[in-house]
Design a protein around this ligand. Structure first.
Ligand SMILES: Nc1nc2c(c(=O)[nH]1)N[C@H]1C(S)=C(S)[C@@H](COP(=O)(O)O)O[C@H]1N2
Ligand SMILES: [Mo]
Length: 323
């Protein structure tokens, strides 16, 4: 693994003291020696730890970290939903590495003063990658605990100076048949699209992830850039983003468009609002050891356990009506 991989940012950006210290901390946390990182040798890596050094009380309070057992790297990277690479959980990790993640361009436009088409490097320039350990709850009833690397979406969006007409933010995934074999099947009306209300997009928990477990994102997890919204069902966390658009009206989103009675626009995790075809009261946590993928069923929590941080966004709204 290269040092760039370990940091999920270009080495040209490792300039200031803060980034340097963050780098040292990440390397230490994931027990990667700089020597191993720099040599790029093929030595087997030590298994990644299942928990990380204790977070500060501030990080815990903000929801940026959890001390739950981490899902194994191999499970996070082989049990995936990424229909652009097939609809089975194992399809995305088994697919050929056809996604060209560099150069990668993101078009940011719509209701903002400074629209632009930027390289990924320029999009996140100067923003130090932060480590966030989040629960991910899929609408299908399973969940993981994932150590992401990324930058707050708000820090990126502010650079484009959204106007007062920017009430929502729309996101689009790449849709290229040559790079994504799943596009040959009409499982979804391609491209995959998602959206957030502007206050959700600007919330400090909302992350643009560039890595996980201290390495850059693998193809199957949405390389090189994906959204992570930990209090919403996993399908809101759109992968391999090529466009971000500020809009005045609620944008079309793929799962809501496909089956509006089953997948709402908000899709906040909520154990009291069942999916029409199954209960959402519990979830199967993927945190097993050995050949075991799941641990026992655990209760699902309102807003996926991030209520202290996000409940105020929905004050006065019926969560049943606006599911
Ligand atoms: N473009 C795109 N983004 C997507 C999906 C997809 O099929 N295509 N699946 C979603 C679903 S249903 C989930 S649960 C998460 C899974 O992310 P992971 O595979 O990294 O765990 O990605 C979401 N983002
Ligand atoms: Mo999902």
């Amino acid at each position: 693994m290269s040092l760039r991989d370990a940091l999920a940012i270009p080495s040209s950006q490792i300039t200031d003291e803060a980034v340097y210290r963050e780098r040292r901390r990440l390397l230490a946390a994931f027990a990667l020696t700089p020597a191993l990182g720099l040599s790029g040798c093929a030595e087997a890596e030590p298994p990644a730890p299942r928990s990380l050094p204790a977070a500060s009380p501030e990080q815990m309070k903000a929801g940026f970290r959890t001390d739950e057992v981490l899902t194994r790297y191999e499970d996070i990277t082989t049990y995936n939903n990424f229909y652009e690479f097939g609809t089975d959980k194992s399809d995305p990790s088994r697919a050929e590495r056809t996604l060209r993640t560099s150069p990668w361009t993101v078009a940011v436009g719509g209701a903002c003063a400074k629209p632009g088409k930027l390289s990924l490097e320029d999009l996140i320039k100067g923003l130090a990658p932060q480590e966030r350990i989040y629960r991910l709850r899929c609408v299908e009833g399973w969940s993981m605990v994932i150590p992401w690397l990324g930058v707050p979406l708000a820090d990126v969006l502010k650079r484009f100076e959204p106007t007062s007409k920017a009430k929502y933010v729309a996101f689009t995934t790449l849709a290229d048949r040559k790079q994504m074999p799943g596009l040959a099947y009409p499982s979804i009306n391609w491209p995959y699209r998602e959206g957030l209300r502007i206050d959700e997009a600007m919330h400090p928990l909302t992350l643009l992830a560039t890595g996980l477990y201290g390495k850059s994102l693998p193809q199957q997890n949405g390389a090189p850039l994906r959204l992570v919204v930990p209090w919403k069902y996993g399908f809101k966390s759109i992968k391999s983003i090529i466009a971000i658009t500020f809009v005045e009206r609620r944008p079309l989103t793929s799962w809501n468009d496909l089956q509006p009675s089953e997948y709402g626009f908000f899709s906040n995790v909520n154990p009291s609002v069942d999916h029409p075809r199954w209960s959402q009261k519990t979830e199967r946590r993927i945190a097993g050891t050995g050949s075991k993928l799941f641990v026992d069923r655990i209760p699902t929590r309102l807003f996926n356990g991030y209520g202290d941080q996000v409940a105020s966004l929905y004050a006065g709204m019926s969560l049943r009506l606006w599911f």
